[in-house]
Every structure is written in structure tokens, then in C-alpha cells.
Ligand binder design. Structure first.
Ligand code: NAP
Length: 457
């Protein structure tokens, strides 16, 4: 895949970049090892000063970097600005809480027959981060902020279609004051990932991306006995029960499905609605999906921009066509306009059956699958009936039913009467084929630490 900015509005290549040569890559790996030797000996207080400076830079450059993201992958400028603000918040969060998350944890010394015993969290070394284009700043930041605050160094292999955002990340941490080698962007293709993982100087890897990339990286890491965190795809259920606030549910369903032009791992993708309220919900949902403004992502008032890549749109078109060919009905959208760029309209499809790809696979575009169920039990069966388990939503005002959903939905997160999203304070990750390990919160910062047991007699 070429390393280039291709504007999804026009389909035109705007800037191309040369991949690193083998000798340049070797220099970066050595710089990472040297950077770790320096960074790991700094204090939390010092790293916190640098991380807060990074937050300030993000806020001062919000418009510029947001415009770059919109140009590289098509998200609306409004969403891109919000993403920059969220990244600044994550920098501040870890600047202020990393030390507490990684403080020595006392152990009952008598229980282990020691005079003193505790657990110490130490950084591991250079970590490779393989990242996707859909939230090009946020995905990279939710790895970088905790990693750097723990004293690890980062090597970012970003998606090949967001090279300018990738280079901005390196510039950001360097300008904020972090030592040389603390955070580097590697402009390389995915074919280099296995060799980087095999290098002794790289101690671990984190991937946010597709299931296929997850399998490749887990295999390469396994061969080299390197720890991994995998944040993969999802096909989140959004269950609507008879006692739900239907208007609110339809509004949030629309936002959740179409935010980021439908390209979010934790977007609600399958809308599972109790038959008693199916017609009312369906009508409200289709009306809201049809009313979204699709257009220039840089323009005020646009709700949905183009998909990020030509291949991405082809995949979405093929999945909808497959469903239609096998008998599904399209309630709105469903046809890509005949013009330059990778446009696809907000779409609702119903009548889905297990032989259709949409039933079990993730659709990475603004396409909702609508399912009718006749009981709580059937709702859970459909909701848990895929190989994914990232986020999940349930809408009900019945407290007992809420408790049952929390218990019965198989996922890394359950949101009741609200949209699944990420917060620095909450762990983020999946179960089943959505991956393993956690980002964010105390869980995220500890993923790449050595929990060292200390026993002193
Ligand atoms: P992708 O094709 O898997 O790419 C993600 C990253 O992995 C890119 O840097 C890509 O590099 C690299 N890559 C791809 N194949 C690889 C391989 N075989 N070996 C090593 N590296 C490889 O995914 P995407 O299309 O960018 O992102 C969409 C997917 O990410 C969706 O499935 C979405 O649900 C998932 N996602 C998950 C989360 C989460 O937190 N769970 C968050 C966001 C997105 P190149 O660009 O050079 O190919």
C-alpha cells in the first residue's frame, strides 16, 4: 500500500511519502533503545511536565491538525476538532494520574513471610504501535500517552493513508520536550511489521485494526515471544426494549451508526428491536438516517463525509449487495452516488438472515442492520450471535432488565441508555475476536509494565 495522503472527497493523491530504507529503520530502532535508556530514568514529575506541554500544543494547533485529518481520511472537521480535544484530555489525564496508577502496591508482608513486600510497576522498553486510520490521532494517542508516562518509548507504524497525521505525532512529543527517541513515527508498510517485531530492541506490540491484521501480528509476536494488546473489529448490538425512550434511542442510534462516517469500531452496527416497538423505532430511525447531511467534510453542518478509502467503499457496497441478493430490504440509502470520491449514504437494511455477510461480519460504513425480536432471550441470542465482543448497548427503563443486560451481553463494555464511547477513565477493549488486553484507565497503562514482585527478608 503506498504511503500517501489521498483525499477521499476527490480520490486524488495529494502527497506521497517515501518509506524508510532498511538503514533508516535500523537507526530508528537504535534511537528507540537509546531513548528508553534515557526516558525510563526520568521521574513521573518530569514526564508529566512534557505530557502537559503536549496537551497545550494539541490545543493550540487544534484547527491545523484537525484539517489534516479531514483531508487524509474524510471525517467531518467538527469531529476532527473534537478528536484533538479528546487527545489533549487524555494527555492531561495520564500526566496527572500515571504516578498513582503505577505506585508501589504494598503486599501483606506476613502472608509471604517477608519483612517487606510490594509490587513495583516498571516500564518494559520500546513498544511497536500499529494503528488504523479511522481515529488517526486518538488511536495513536491512547497508546502513546500512557506508554510515555510509564517510561516506555513508542514506535508508531500508522496506517499508510494517514502519513501526515503520523508525522505530526512524532513532532508533537519532540516539541513537548520528550527526549530523542522517546516517540518515533516509522513510515513503513505493513510488510515490515514482522521484522520489527523480531528485533530484540522491540519488546512488545499493540495493534488497533482489523481481525486479519490482528491474526498476523499475534502470530509474529508469538513466534518472538512478545507481549501484544489487540484492539480489533466489532459489530456492536444496540438492543431496544419496549420500555425504552424510543425517540432518544433513535437519535443515539443514528449518531452511533454514522459518527466518523460510519467507520468506528464501537459504532452500534446491529439494531435489535423488540417487536412491540419495532415499527415505531424503525420509522423514527429511518427518518433520522435519511435526514443526515452528506457532503464536504470541511463544511459546517455536514453530518457524514465520504468513506476513507476506495477499497473500504467497495467492501461496504459488496456487503449490502450480498444482503439484497439474498432477500434483504433496503429501507433508505443503499446506492453510492456516481461522482468522484468515496461516498456512501446512510443506509438501513432489514430482513437479514445468517447466510448474509452483514449478519455476522462488521460493516465499516454508515449501514445499519435492523432486526426484529420477540423476547429478551431472543434479543440476547442475536446480540451475542457474532464472533465479536467489543461494545454493546441496551435501551430499557426497567431496572431489572438493565441488570440482566449487564450480566448477559458478552462484550468488553455495556452501555445502558447511552452511546458506547471511550473515556480515559474507563478500560477499553474487547473479548472474543474483538481482541484482548485493555487500553485507557489504570488497566491500559499497566499492560506494558513489568509487575515486579519485591520480597525483602
Ligand atoms: P487494518 O487494515 O487492519 O490496518 C490497521 C493497521 O494495521 C494499519 O497500520 C495497517 O497498515 C496495519 N496492517 C494491516 N495488515 C497488516 C498485517 N498483515 N500485518 C501487519 N500490519 C498490518 O485496519 P483499518 O482498515 O485501518 O481499520 C479498520 C479496522 O480497525 C476495523 O475492523 C475496526 O473495527 C478496527 N478498529 C478497532 C478499534 C478498537 O479499539 N477495537 C478501533 C478502531 C478500529 P497499512 O495501512 O500499511 O496496511
Amino acid at each position: 500500500m503506498p504511503i500517501a495522503t489521498t483525499n477521499p472527497v476527490t480520490g486524488e493523491v495529494e502527497r506521497s511519502f517515501q518509506a524508510l530504507s532498511d538503514s533508516e529503520l535500523e537507526q530508528r530502532l537504535q534511537a528507540a533503545a537509546d531513548g528508553f535508556a534515557t526516558l525510563s530514568r526520568t521521574t513521573f514529575a518530569q514526564r508529566s511536565v512534557w505530557m502537559l506541554a503536549a496537551a497545550d500544543i494539541l490545543e493550540s494547533k487544534q484547527d491545523d491538525i484537525a484539517t489534516t485529518m479531514t483531508t487524509e481520511m474524510g471525517k467531518t472537521l467538527r469531529a476532527a476538532k473534537a478528536e484533538v480535544a479528546k487527545c489533549a484530555k487524555a494527555c492531561r489525564f495520564y500526566a496527572e494520574s500515571a504516578e498513582a496508577f503505577l505506585r508501589d502496591e504494598p503486599v501483606d508482608a506476613a502472608a509471604v513471610g517477608a519483612r517487606q513486600s510490594y509490587v513495583r510497576y516498571e516500564p518494559l522498553g520500546p513498544v511497536l504501535a500499529v494503528m488504523p486510520w479511522n481515529f488517526p490521532l486518538w488511536q495513536a494517542m491512547r497508546f502513546a500517552a500512557p506508554a510515555l508516562m510509564a517510561g516506555n518509548v513508542g514506535l508508531l507504524k500508522h496506517a499508510s493513508n494517514v502519513p501526515q497525521t503520523a508525522l505530526f505525532m512524532q513532532e508533537l512529543f519532540s516539541s513537548a520536550g520528550f527526549p530523542a527517541g522517546a516517540f518515533q513515527t516509522l513510515l513503513v508498510g505493513s510488510d515490515k511489521v514482522e521484522a520489527i517485531l523480531a528485533d530484540k530492541r522491540v519488546v512488545a506490540a499493540t495493534l488497533t485494526g482489523s481481525e486479519g491484521a490482528g491474526r498476523s501480528i499475534a502470530a509474529a509476536a508469538g513466534k518472538n515471544l512478545k507481549k501484544t494488546v489487540l484492539e480489533l473489529g466489532g459489530s456492536d448490538p444496540f438492543v431496544v426494549m419496549p420500555s425504552a425512550d424510543l425517540d432518544k434511542a433513535a437519535e443515539v442510534a443514528t449518531t452511533s451508526r454514522c459518527q466518523n462516517n460510519g467507520q468506528s469500531c464501537i459504532a452500534a452496527k446491529r439494531f435489535i428491536v423488540h417487536t412491540d416497538v419495532y415499527d415505531a423505532f424503525s420509522e423514527a430511525f429511518v427518518a433520522r438516517m435519511s435526514a443526515l447531511v452528506v457532503g464536504d467534510p470541511l463544511a459546517e453542518g455536514t453530518d457524514v463525509g465520504p468513506l476513507a478509502t476506495e477499497q473500504g467503499r467497495k467492501d461496504v457496497q459488496a456487503q449490502v449487495q450480498d444482503a439484497v441478493d439474498k432477500g434483504a430490504q433496503v429501507l433508505c440509502g443503499g446506492q453510492a452516488p456516481d461522482k468522484p470520491g468515496w461516498w456512501y449514504p446512510p443506509t438501513v437494511v432489514t430482513g437479514l438472515t445468517p447466510d448474509m455477510e452483514m449478519y455476522s461480519q462488521e460493516v465499516f460504513g454508515p449501514v445499519a442492520g435492523l432486526y426484529r425480536v420477540s423476547s429478551y432471550e431472543q434479543a440476547i441470542e442475536v446480540a451475542n450471535g457474532t464472533d465479536f465482543g467489543l461494545g454493546s448497548n441496551a435501551w430499557t427503563s426497567d431496572p431489572d432488565e438493565q441488570e440482566r443486560f449487564i450480566q448477559d451481553l458478552t462484550a468488553g463494555a455495556v452501555f445502558i441508555n447511552g452511546m458506547t464511547t471511550s473515556y480515559p477513565d474507563l478500560p477499553f477493549g474487547g473479548v472474543k475476536n474483538s481482541g484482548y488486553g485493555r487500553e485507557l484507565s489504570a488497566h491500559g497503562i499497566r499492560e506494558f509494565c513489568n509487575a515486579k514482585s519485591v520480597w525483602a527478608g
